[in-house]
Design a protein around this ligand. Sequence first.
Ligand SMILES: [Zn+2]
Length: 89
Amino acid sequence: MAHVCPVCGYDGLQETAYDKDGNPSYEICACCGFEFGFDDESEGASHKEYRQKWLEDGANWFSHDRKPDSWNLQEQLRRIGAVWPPESN
Ligand SMILES: [Zn+2]
């Protein structure tokens, strides 16, 4: 079963980011590098803020060797309903 990162939409997490009681996995997402239980609880970053910064920095993979050849950022973001770049009107 795939576990999706709530920050970047990557579906290759080893564990669910937060269990049903809200306990973080302390796993670091191979894609965006967010550590559940650390970046949020210790650093105070919201998923949205972290995502924005990650995207602005070029959406680089935390673990470069895990990046699939056919990786598509837009497809991944669609999984969590995020839009990048932000739509202007
Ligand atoms: Zn992620």
